[in-house]
Write a protein that binds this ligand. Sequence first.
Ligand SMILES: Cc1ncc(COP(=O)(O)O)c(C=O)c1O
Length: 379
Amino acid sequence: MITSRRGFLHSLGAGAAAGIAMPWRSVGPILIEPLRTQQDGDFIRLNSNENAYGPSPKVAAAIQSAIAGANRYPRMQYSSLTEQIASFHQVKPEQILLGCGSTEILRMAAFAFLGSGKQLIHASPTFEATEHYAHAAGADAISVRLTPNFSHDLAGMLAYATESTTLVYICNPNNPTGSLTPRKDLEDFIAKLSASTYVVIDEAYHHYAGRSAMYSSFIDNPLHDDRVIVARTFSKIYALAGLRLGYAVAAPNVAGKMRAFATEDNINAVVTQAAAAALGDTDYLNQSIKRYKDDRQEFFNQAVSRFIKPIDSHANFVMMNIFHPADHVIEDFYKNKILIGRHFPPMDTYIRVSLGRPEEMQAFWRVWDTFPYSKLSHH
Ligand SMILES: Cc1ncc(COP(=O)(O)O)c(C=O)c1O
């Protein structure tokens, strides 16, 4: 999260350098984040893999009514939400750990299992919050390039694993590539890791993947291995990124170890109600899944008609090689009031585009077609 926010600020910086007026909020000489609320209306935001359609009407109503309880700590709701999530996944409440976004889950895992002399292994590129927190915990982080078809290079990761490797982070589907790592390969990989190596499987984009021989969730289809921790979030398909709620499903003793590093009272009185309503609103969930499948297909149709071949996506974003420096393209979109994902080294000529609403995507392609290099991307 922190790294991507830095990337976000970096791309804003690029815009500023290009002479774009921006509403900076300043505290003395230090520039801090721009006033996003003023900006939000101006920019098309295809940069954070959010749900562009917003929460369901039932969730919006739950948010409204929760405001009356804003003066109270939501401690009782904490247990009822934990129970609701547990029964939703048919696990015990002791197996559920709530976090301020799944980012807090990743932080808890890093602090519970890493430290000086210990090592995290993760992919490159992948979602970097775990690496960031590994460093904060004093551990080393080893990044292993994705394979040419953008799955985790599990053999390569295994080659680096030692007794000091106490945490492996697997993002499936992977951010930023949207690609899958086959379930069977993950099982073989986990079986070969040492008994003291915990594995976080980050399923933030689970709902966009669909069931296939390649993919099945480690919650729905568990390994019954205490080393496996699954992270989920309400920020993506449930459209609650702004309210911050994520959770882990883990063995009770593992959840307990992580809980020691949770912020006290990390969940707010609004999101508990919103999440409860979101879990109950299956119709809206299915509608969102279908809508994103169609939106993704439409994006691919548009790309292919321009001779661009994106990476096969199993998420609500698409990464594609546009054979031009990503930083330039990001800046050019910024000048046209469109935010796209940041540059993800070493994929220097790839851009990541979060899928937005149809009219937002039409604007994206309209702007793309004005770039001189858009005509060259198939060479
Ligand atoms: C793979 C992955 N994990 C976790 C997160 C963090 O999401 P949140 O903290 O909002 O749950 C993100 C956000 O983009 C993500 O892409």
